[in-house]
Design a protein around this ligand. Structure first.
Ligand SMILES: *Cc1c(COP(=O)(O)O)cnc(C)c1O
Length: 385
């Protein structure tokens, strides 16, 4: 498919000034010695990883994290030669890319480290790695929780001859919680375990290398931590996972993304006109209905049926009838002069009014992180300064 860099149908606007502002805000909250490993996985939460990385580079950021080898190669192939940490699993058939492209692989388990080391030996090469300690997330890494503490596996990892374990990290599971005492205790326990791991490695004569622990909400809610790096993702997009979650520190976030589409047709219909598939909506009076050129194939989910509203001419208008694959309909009876080619805002600002990503996430019963990942590759990303 040819990707036109234009606004002919539906598109995502990415505000680079907001992205830069959010980086400054995160830096303001962190201690001076703490640098950023910016997490640009999932195409930088749908904003477009390559373009965003180039913006981050201008701000002096030179370390990025992605989820997979494919994402890492996409950055390399676009001329990005900074440090890249792969957070997830790289299958053995792709181990050679780690060496060829000078990537940093997370060691997901001791067995995985042994396998990678054996491969590196056959190539007479060294692979750059970060050790991962599972301090309570229960996902990947060497188990390092109370009663299930395998420091010996981490120690042996560092001793593998063909792995250069240059850093060590862990990941929070409830750093967003600041009211539920049990959850706060859990995060504090994760921090304690992480410190224990560091200490035990040093006691065994091992330099753990650089350390990092905090994700976005870890930065906001646990600012006393002072590691070499922090790993923000979602807050750089100018939203937190859920705007109703209280936070321990004030942060002034500017939303980076807007979602827009064009009106393709406007029609006057009488009362009792049925709109869209399934006939779930019928006009109760003579109405003006506009068709908008965006649908669920763009990530404008069918789960928004009957719930969503948009902005047009600075006014709210409800989405009526089922959202289709490429189109949806809105009721603009109360808004004069709507015509073909008018711009509809599905997320973002129009005049004095705004539609937040949170509102969409609320309808979808999910978090903003997941909503951002819905906006599909068919939508051109348009970058505005
Ligand atoms: C996704 C991810 C992050 C970033 O998380 P946010 O909550 O988006 O800031 C950091 N570290 C790891 C290991 C991750 O998987």
């Amino acid at each position: 498919m040819k990707m036109l860099e234009d606004t002919s149908r539906a598109w995502v606007l990415v505000h680079l000034d907001a992205l830069r502002h959010n980086v400054e805000e995160v830096r303001r909250l962190l201690p001076e010695k703490t640098n950023l490993i910016v997490v640009v996985k999932a195409n930088m939460y749908g904003l477009g990883a390559v373009r965003c990385v180039k913006e981050f580079q201008k701000m002096g950021i030179d370390f990025f994290a992605v989820s997979s080898i494919d994402e890492a190669l996409q950055l390399r192939e676009n001329g990005i030669y900074d440090d890249i940490l792969i957070l997830g699993y790289t299958p053995p058939v792709h181990f050679h890319y780690l060496i060829e492209y000078d990537l940093i692989q997370t060691l997901l388990s001791y067995e995985y480290a042994v396998e990678l080391d054996a491969y590196a030996k056959t190539q007479n090469a060294y692979v750059r790695c970060n050790a991962k300690a599972d301090t309570g997330m229960g996902r990947v890494g060497v188990r390092c929780v109370e009663n299930d503490y395998h420091i010996e596996e981490l120690i042996k990892m560092y001793q593998l001859a063909n792995l250069k374990v240059e850093g060590m990290f862990s990941h929070f599971s409830v750093s967003d919680e600041v009211e539920d005492e049990k959850q706060i205790l859990y995060t504090n326990q994760q921090i304690k375990q992480f410190e224990q791991v560091e200490q035990d490695l040093r006691n065994a004569g091992i330099d753990p290398g650089y350390l990092h622990l905090q994700n976005s909400l870890g930065i906001i809610n646990y600012p006393q931590l002072c590691y070499d790096f922090a790993r923000p993702g979602i807050i750089l997009c100018g939203v937190s996972s859920d705007e109703n979650m209280p936070m321990r520190q004030q942060i002034d976030l500017w939303p980076v993304l807007e979602l827009k589409a064009n009106v393709s047709r406007v029609k006057e219909v009488p009362a009792h006109a049925s709109i869209s598939y399934g006939r779930n909506f019928e006009t109760d009076k003579p109405s003006r209905i506009a068709t908008v050129s965006i649908g669920y194939a763009d990530g404008y989910s069918r789960n928004l049926n009957g719930l969503a509203r948009v902005l047009i001419h600075g006014e709210y208008a409800p989405v009526v009838g089922n959202i289709c694959m490429d189109q949806c309909m809105i009721d603009v009876t109360h808004i004069p002069d709507v015509k073909e080619g008018d711009v509809v805002t599905l997320v973002g600002k129009d005049g004095d009014r705004a539609l937040s990503l949170d509102e969409m996430s609320h309808h979808l019963k999910t978090i903003n992180n997941a909503t951002l990942c819905l906006f599909s590759a068919r939508l051109p990303r348009i970058y505005v300064k």
